[in-house]
Design a protein around this ligand. Structure first.
Ligand SMILES: Cc1cc2nc3c(=O)[nH]c(=O)nc-3n(C[C@H](O)[C@H](O)[C@H](O)COP(=O)(O)OP(=O)(O)OC[C@H]3O[C@@H](n4cnc5c(N)ncnc54)[C@H](O)[C@@H]3O)c2cc1C
Ligand code: SF4
Ligand code: SF4
Length: 1008
């Protein structure tokens, strides 16, 4: 684009970005397509949106409105200016419960709206599976709908009015109560009425979702309401700035009937037979999808609930009822359909099942290997009664081509998300891609169904519009487009094959994206070539760097505002701070689409990687298991190999050595760390923020304390490499007896020897927080273990790994694994107090391909998980003191009846959360008499090792922590806080007055 055009757009005052980083970030959505825009605008109000759209139009630049970019068929990408509505326009106003309406900005996310409406007993009906990030603007423009279409219809059914920005920048409010655009309204009515016979012929009734293109059949039913034309127009007619929406009362009750089948055909037939029960939804999931949940932490509870491992099946129907649930569920059960049925009415259990269904698309695309289930015929729909025959038709297309596909989705609406598995890197499969598309278009025509009933026309279906609509109806739509957007400014090339906006240099655009196999993502047409040899194994999944990188399909799951993935996006709402953004930029770098054409070093890559906290949140939460922490480590390592390891990364890799030195001169070292001029100098030289406190060194090292504590120990030959001691149960028993508590049960256990156990004295416990190690030793001894430390252990390598210093991490790992597997006693459990050290042993040593890592990892446990498991199998093993006795006594003396319980909030470490379900932490705390625990729904604390200590990252680190801090502030003043990660405790201590404890401390305090 010319500088004059850029200036004109900038002059609007809108936040606009033309830099390469932004252009690459917005070159894709959740589809297989890629088009680089000239820039992206983020308007804050309707006036800015108007100004920027007018400026673009005047400059001959096309405009593609965009929400979260979760469109599956290329709807949300374009070569002109992307106008992004999701960043700023998130206001919800004018809730009117009587009128049952609410006003939303186009960028309001569906979950956000429903969270707002829930306390009032209402919801927004249409329920897209991408509810955690899909915007209302995008939903209206795609006329989206979800599983409950039988009760709620599609989004267009819930639009009362729209505030739109037209192609010339005019702001118009449209809807049945508004007079605007009257001439166009009348013109469209005339056009459509003249073609009504053709509509009846092409679109017989019975279809539950939408037809492709503009909603002319809806408009004919309500010709005073232009919102019916704009809803579903995919950003090709105008931009939506805000909308007045209808809201629906929440159902009084919900219930699920799950029916398990031995074949998809049986399930399809059963769907037709169940419709008379008037379900809110009938959703179908089949084995290929269910198989993708195998071995995934996030879906294990759902697998257990569905008993998939013990009673396998080929397909499941999820039949949901609203309101009068019990009666219909019992009818369903009495019909004895399928292999077995299961009835669920508990919300938590129902949510588990929905979580599998909602993740369906991403779960499927997460399969290993270059072949992926591709979205291009995935939202074709027929009438539900036609489903069995339609599925047979699809199979007859797939079979001769040797293609596998999953058939899951909205059975009650006659819509199955069928995605043939294709390797789009291969010319053969590209041909099959087209063959399937052509034949499915013909099949859908045969059934008089809808080729695109949910996701829009986008790029993938534009070339089939003529077949689907015929010349007459397509002509009507073309005329509508001409009325509102005569210069073809809005989202050109979508829905219509020809005609386009001018290019930035005022020449007509040539490559109008109207064919299914145009504009494919570059990695399909030109396979990724890595300029380095990856060293990590990607052992959890894919076994390949490129394979894992290509797992990112753009679904946008990482743009959500809850859970663990992705903390930096949650804090900033910046695309580059999301896992998707990072994966897209790594791909851009490798495809040399970054400035300087260096695949390993560019400002774009730095922006993406340097802000990744390596929190591991994405691996379990991304349904395709993109592992950004590994991708980042391998990329950084390749760069350091080529360019040398910078001094700062070298220093940060050696915190263990620094600990050793620091402790030797602890008083001096600590004074230095507190001395401001030195801190300022450190900020200048190595970039350590002077605003950040640094952990103090102890003069009483934990390992030294342990040696002293072992005075009664049985000496162990040095060659075994461990310090060992016997439990000091006698003293404890005496104390407990003195307390007069716990007759019987604990006696038998406290003294029982449970054999040796190794406690990993990590860098932080050893050099900074020995009290945590001491507490852990006390707890383990109380449980009857002979505690040992691994003598001669080295740092686990986590700090080096985070810096991409993989040589050092591997060296440390080899030493530690070698040490632990060469001990005479090489079967004892090894317990970890610091989750990020534990994750090194159980995950990253394997990633570093360290010999015997797997064997050792089987012995590695997180301290609190180990203790909880033990107490689960034998609860009497240890009875904790009731710390509330004293306060109850005091209350009683004062004549008050107070039940003083101890409230404990738990902030689980993100590495622990990425590997384990943290529910055990709450269970463990509640083993302490009088304790009530709350598991905080928090992501990474933002400290992330050295990250939060860096001057240039300090502000982001604090921003990321804000959610945690807010949640802590909502806890009562006397609430205790448990945070087992050293970084988390550091961050919390720095930003609040709270002194968090490690779980070991809490348990030790309650020892008898
Ligand atoms: C895993 C997965 C599951 C999905 N499940 C469903 C589902 O259950 N049901 C369903 O219907 N869809 C589904 N989709 C598709 C998609 O999520 C929905 O269409 C969603 O509503 C799009 O919202 P968005 O904010 O991401 O819009 P975007 O993708 O950003 O944009 C969608 C379209 O709307 C236009 N647009 C966006 N904002 C505006 C605006 N303010 N003004 C004018 N035009 C605008 C864009 O130009 C584009 O054409 C799914 C997608 C994925 C990846
Ligand atoms: S990282 Fe995962 S969740 Fe995020 S867009 Fe990519 S595939 Fe989806
Ligand atoms: S590791 Fe954490 S910060 Fe990095 S992309 Fe994944 S979720 Fe985001």
């Amino acid at each position: 684009m010319t500088s004059a055009q850029e200036r004109k757009i900038r002059q609007t005052g809108c936040d606009v970005r033309f830099d390469n980083l932004t252009r690459q970030l917005y070159a894709t959505d959740a589809s297989i397509y890629q088009i680089e825009p000239i820039g992206v605008a983020f308007p804050k109000d309707a006036q800015q949106a108007s100004a920027v759209i007018r400026a673009a139009a005047d400059s001959g630049v096309s405009v593609t409105p965009r929400g979260a970019g979760t469109s599956l068929v290329g709807n949300a990408i374009g070569e002109g200016l992307i106008v992004e509505f999701s960043r700023y326009n998130r206001q919800i106003t004018d809730l009117d419960l009587e009128k049952r309406s609410v006003r939303v900005g186009a960028g309001v996310v569906l979950d956000q709206l429903n969270d707002f409406l829930k306390p009032h007993g209402f919801c927004f009906g249409p329920d897209v599976a991408t509810s955690s990030r899909a915007t209302l603007g995008g939903m209206i423009a795609n006329n989206s709908s979800g599983a409950r279409c039988p009760v709620y219809g599609t989004t267009a059914d819930h639009v009362l009015s729209l505030q739109t920005v037209m192609a010339d920048g005019r702001i118009e409010t449209i809807g049945p109560m508004h007079e605007s655009l009257a001439a166009e309204r009348a013109g469209i009515e005339n056009l459509i009425r003249a073609r009504s016979a053709e509509m009846v012929e092409r679109w017989p009734p019975g279809l539950i979702k939408r037809w492709p293109g503009y909603g002319i059949e809806r408009f004919l039913r309500a010709p005073n309401d232009l919102t019916n034309i704009f809803a579903g127009s995919e950003g090709t007619l105008a931009a939506i700035f805000s909308a007045e929406l209808k809201i629906s009362p929440l159902p009084s009750k919900k219930g699920l009937g799950l029916i398990f089948f031995s074949s998809v055909d049986e399930a399809m037939q059963a769907t037709v037979e169940l419709l008379d029960l008037k379900p809110a939804a009938i959703e179908h999931i089949d084995r290929p999808l269910l198989d993708q949940t195998k071995g995934q932490l996030h879906f294990q509870a759902a697998r257990d609930l569905l008993e998939l491992d013990t009673q396998p099946c080929e397909s499941i129907l999820i039949v949901e009822f609203y309101d009068d649930v019990a009666e219909r569920l019992s009818i369903l059960q009495s019909r004895k359909v399928g292999l077995r049925t299961k009835i669920l009415t508990e919300p938590a259990q129902m949510n588990l099942v929905w979580s599998v269904r909602k993740s369906g698309l991403s779960l499927l695309t997460g399969c290993i290997g270059p072949g992926k289930p591709v979205a291009f015929i995935e939202d074709a729909a027929v009438r539900p009664a036609q489903l069995p025959e339609y599925v047979r038709g699809l199979r007859s297309i797939m079979k001769p081509l040797g293609l596998e596909a999953s058939y899951y989705g909205h059975a009650a609406s006659g819509l199955l998300h069928v995605r043939p598995v294709l390797d789009l890197h291969s010319a053969t499969d590209l041909r099959k891609f087209r063959q399937v598309a052509d034949q499915t278009s013909a099949l859908v025509r045969q059934f008089k169904g809808s080729l695109s009933a949910e996701h829009g026309v986008g790029i993938a279906r534009t070339e089939y519009m003529r077949d689907q609509l015929g010349d007459e109806l397509l002509g009507v739509m073309r005329e509508i487009k001409r009325m509102f957007d005569p210069k073809n400014i809005f989202n050109p090339g979508k829905i219509f094959k020809v005609g386009s906006a001018l290019r930035a240099d005022r020449t007509p655009q040539s490559g109008v994206p109207s064919r299914i196999d145009n504009h494919l993502r570059e990695n399909f047409t030109r396979p990724l070539e890595l300029p380095f040899e990856p060293v990590l194994a990607f052992a959890f999944k894919d076994r390949s760097f490129s394979g894992n990188l290509e797992q990112c399909n753009g679904c946008g799951g990482c743009l959500k505002q809850t859970g663990v993935m992705c903390p930096t996006f949650m804090a900033t709402h910046e695309e580059v701070m999301s896992t998707r953004g990072r994966a897209n930029i790594i791909r851009a770098a490798l495809e040399l689409r970054v400035n300087g054409n260096d695949p390993l070093k560019s400002a774009e890559l730095d922006a993406a990687l340097s802000n990744c906290l390596s929190c591991k949140g994405c691996t379990p939460e991304c349904p395709s298991n993109v592992n950004l922490a590994l991708l980042k480590a391998d990329m950084l390592y390749a760069r350091w190999r080529r360019d040398g390891l910078p001094i700062r990364e070298r220093i940060f890799s050696n915190v263990d050595l620094l600990g050793k030195i620091g402790c030797a001169i602890a008083p001096l070292a600590n004074r230095i760390l507190n001395y401001r001029p030195i801190r300022l100098a450190m900020e200048k030289t190595i970039g350590l923020s002077a605003r950040r406190s640094l952990p103090h060194y102890t003069s009483k090292r934990f390992d030294k304390w342990f040696l002293r504590h072992c005075r009664a120990s049985v000496s162990v030959p040095k060659a075994f490499g461990i310090h060992r001691m016997e439990p000091s149960g006698g003293e404890r028993h005496g104390r407990a007896a003195h307390q007069g508590e716990r007759a019987g049960a604990s006696e038998s256990n406290a003294l029982q020897k449970r054999g040796p156990i190794i406690l990993w004295d990590d860098t932080f416990v050893r050099y900074h927080e020995p009290h945590i190690g001491i507490a852990a030793v006390k707890v383990l001894e109380a449980l009857g273990f002979e505690v040992s430390l691994a003598n001669n252990r080295r740092c686990c390598g986590r700090p080096a790994f985070s810096q991409g210093n993989l040589d050092a991490a591997a060296k440390l790992g080899k030493h530690n694994v070698g040490l632990l597997s060469s001990l005479l006693d090489c079967s004892s459990p090894i317990l970890f107090l610091e989750p990020s050290c534990w994750s090194m042993f159980v995950e990253d040593y394997r990633e570093l391909k360290i010999e015997n890592a797997e064997k050792v990892s089987a012995r590695c446990f997180l301290f609190e998980k180990f203790v909880d498991d033990l107490l689960t199998s034998a609860p009497q093993m240890l009875r904790f003191r009731d710390l509330t006795v004293l306060s109850r006594q005091v209350s009683a003396e004062r004549g008050k009846q107070e039940d003083r319980r101890v409230n404990v909030a738990i902030h689980p470490h993100c590495h622990a959360k990425s590997i384990l379900d943290p529910a055990f932490m709450k269970r463990l705390v509640e083993r302490l008499p009088g304790h009530h625990a709350t598991l905080l729904d928090t992501a990474c604390c933002g400290m992330a090792g050295a990250f939060g200590a860096l001057a240039e990252k300090y502000d982001l680190s604090v921003q990321v922590a804000q959610d945690l801090i807010d949640k802590l502030e909502n806890q009562g003043r006397e609430t205790e806080l448990i945070a087992s990660g050293t970084s988390c405790r550091h961050q919390i201590s720095d930003l609040t007055n709270i002194r968090p404890k490690h779980m070991a401390e809490l348990l030790a305090e309650a020892l008898p």
